[in-house]
Design a protein around this ligand. Structure first.
Ligand code: AMP
Ligand code: ZN
Length: 669
């Protein structure tokens, strides 16, 4: 070979290795792949072929030499009993035929698209759950896996004393859509696909988060003493132990396999969980053992990948949308193109990094793909078709709506416009959120909000409650019906419970569930405004991030003014009484309490409830109107001094319990 040729070959191999490494990083570490699985596999195949043809370029660090690693370092690591392998991919009938030459007793199973997991049961009890990791070592995610309802903590029947089952943890489509809707509402980045969502959930540090997301699991491999000698036999055993298993279709020739593939391809769109192909496996374990594995993949099984639906079109422009939290999201405007039955005009670009990674230029030919999400994404660019002199797409430095310089918080991939109060995009998005169905359910759409905002009639949510009739009449296309509907829905919104109002305010990160909890715990906006960081985080579901965001929200005078105006408009800022009326008393009617310090017998929230049920008020700071301070340990010295100066009575928790009739007192002492 000529030196020149050698250098070129070497360069080609190095380039492929670098590219694949980059893709591995994006896929496994960032959970944000930028190429389709098909493209990735194609590159991998080219590299494998080149390396095979030219063994002189062997490199132990080549990506062909290992299974991609997803070790995050956040969990205890443990070695696998035997390697967790990946699967080779095939795409064509010819390749199916070739595989069938190895053995004619195979099974076709769906290839579940999630995160692989190894579960160990000892004496029928789940003792350990490991991720694939780098194939040799995985991460111990048992705590999170325990929250998956279809993974039994105890097996039924008579499994071997120690049994290891492997399978895939997946996020059902329905749950994926629900989660992404919730994340969008909270101003968080939606997951790109259910696989990332499943993997992100299993690698959460807090099992509580995992338990709120309904994951599912399918078992596709079973090992242990004394089990049947076939894959299908073992799968039916595992089903008897109460595990949810893959459903293997037995096949004996290429025709059967193709039929099974087509059957799965046809039903996958309506299937509850995501699948991205089928796995063809040889049934006999003896034959499996005989065939063994090549470094990365077993020889006795292969994945037939469904073609993901792709289309090619042209990038017309990129627009930037400002959300209610100030997050700026780039959106690609495309030349309309048909893709899986719908006409696509827009694709999400997520953030500045995505634009950079794609190396997007104006007028580029782009490939788009639907990964199950409603809005498709751009998976690649045809650089060869790029017009000469095309300009690179650059993420703006300033807010497209108000011109304020954008900021990007450390460790986040999102840019924000910091001008919360004055940015038209954010103001309109906040009103839209307030009016949305799950918030105050007001009959008004984004266009009308936009028109009202531009005309100066609606600059915040409270303005909706005193729109002059004349301004509505002038609205384009508005008739009497629209006006009546709007008025009716505004009136109805005044009857919606406090938890809905709290959610409608649009405090960053404060979702519906958390709003509900806060409403049930603090019972009124006033006690919530006075709540400390510690009392907020002591509530279930309220983490530090939400707590801080709530404090920031109420610290802003503008927000407090908005609340007052909404209150005068008639919205509910106190929770309705859930307790039966006889639990209420007037024992402490008219008195004002301040709660301070740490208590031994009840939590602060419980004391707050007791005080309010006895007809008294709880206030957050000591003033001349304070009647009693309910003091625990470690009461702040400044409060103590202020109380003494004002002559406020300080009582202990036992004093208080006696005072309120002693029921709680007797119970606790
Ligand atoms: P890949 O990650 O694309 O190389 O595909 C290999 C992975 O497919 C395995 O590690 C499993 O997690 C997953 N998989 C999904 N369904 C099955 C199945 N029925 N049998 C074997 N592996 C499966
Ligand atoms: Zn702005």
């Amino acid at each position: 070979m000529k030196t020149e040729e050698r250098t070129q070959l070497q360069a080609a191999i190095t380039e492929l290795r670098d590219e694949i490494e980059q893709h591995d990083y994006e896929y496994y570490v960032c959970s944000e792949p930028t190429v389709s699985d098909g493209e990735y596999d194609e590159k991998m195949r080219r590299l494998i072929a080149l390396e095979k043809e030219h063994p002189e370029f062997y490199d132990p660090h080549s990506p062909t030499q290992r299974v991609g690693s997803d070790l995050s370092g956040n969990f205890r690591q443990a070695a696998h009993a035997f390697p967790m392998l990946s699967l080779g991919n095939i795409y064509t009938e010819a390749e199916v035929r070739e595989f069938m030459e190895k053995d004619d007793c195979v099974l076709v199973e769906p290839k579940y698209d999630g995160i692989s997991i190894s579960l160990t049961y000892v004496d029928g009890r789940l003792t350990q759950a490991l991720t694939r990791g780098d194939g040799e070592t995985g991460e111990d995610v048992t705590a999170n896996v325990r929250t998956v309802r279809t993974i039994p903590l105890r097996l039924w029947g008579t499994p071997p004393q120690t049994v290891e089952v492997r399978g895939e943890i997946v996020m059902p489509w329905k749950e994926f859509r629900r989660l992404n809707r919730e994340r969008e509402r909270l101003g968080e980045q939606p997951f790109a696909n259910p696989r990332n969502a499943a993997s992100g959930t299993i690698k959460q540090k807090s099992p509580r988060t995992a338990s709120h997301r309904k994951l599912d699991a399918y078992i596709y491999q079973v090992t242990g003493e004394g089990l049947p000698p076939t894959h299908s036999g073992r799968i039916s055993e595992a089903a008897k132990w109460g595990l949810r298993t893959a459903e293997p279709i037995p096949c004996h020739n290429t025709g059967d396999v193709l039929k099974a593939i087509n059957r799965w391809d046809a039903i996958r769109k309506d299937y509850a969980v995501p699948t991205d192909g089928v796995v063809i496996k040889i049934d006999s374990l003896a034959r499996q053992e005989q065939l063994g594995a090549t470094g990365k993949t077993p020889r006795w099984a292969v994945a037939y990948k469904f073609q993901s639906e792709q289309a090619e079109t042209r990038l017309l422009s990129v627009s930037y949308q400002v959300g209610r939290t100030g997050a700026v999201t780039p959106v690609a405007n495309l030349e309309p193109v048909r893709l899986s039955g719908t006409v696509v005009r827009r694709a999400t670009l997520y953030n500045a990094d995505t634009i950079g990674k794609l190396d997007l230029h104006a007028g580029d030919r782009v490939y788009i793909e639907k990964g199950g999400e409603i809005i498709p994404k751009i998976t690649g660019v045809d650089r060869d078709a790029r017009p000469a002199g095309a300009e690179a797409v650059v993420f703006p430095l300033r807010c497209p709506d108000c011109g304020t310089p954008l900021v990007r918080p450390d460790g986040e991939s999102t840019h924000y416009c910091p001008n919360a109060a004055g940015c038209p995009g954010q103001v309109k998005a906040r009103i839209e959120h307030f009016a949305s169905r799950e918030a105050m359910n007001i009959n008004i759409g984004p266009e009308t909000i936009n028109d009202l905002f531009n005309a100066g009639y609606a600059t915040d949510a409270a303005d909706l409650y005193d729109l002059p009739v004349a301004c509505l009449r002038r609205m384009d296309g508005w008739g009497e019906n629209n006006t009546r509907n709007l008025r009716d829905s505004l009136a109805a919104s005044c009857r919606l419970p406090f938890e809905r109002v709290l959610y409608a305010l649009g405090v960053r990160y404060l979702g519906k569930t958390a709003a509900k909890r806060l409403a049930a715990t603090f019972l009124s906006i006033d006690s919530l405004v006075g709540a400390s960081f510690a009392s907020l985080t002591s509530v279930d579901d309220i983490g530090e991030r939400i707590a801080q965001s709530i404090l920031d929200y109420f610290a802003d005078e503008e927000n407090r003014r908005l609340i007052e105006r909404l209150r005068s408009a008639g919205l509910q800022f106190t929770a309705e009484e859930k307790e039966p009326a006889d639990e209420r008393s007037e024992a402490l009617a008219g008195l004002t309490f301040v709660i301070s310090g740490v208590f031994a017998l009840h939590s602060r929230d419980e004391y707050r409830l007791m005080i309010e049920r006895a007809g008294a008020k709880v206030s957050s700071s000591v003033s001349s109107r304070t009647d009693y301070i309910l003091a625990g340990d470690n009461m702040g010295p400044s409060k103590l001094e202020k109380a003494r100066n004002l002559g406020v009575r300080i009582i202990s928790e036992t004093d208080f319990l006696k005072m309120t009739g002693g029921e709680g007192y007797e119970q606790s002492v």
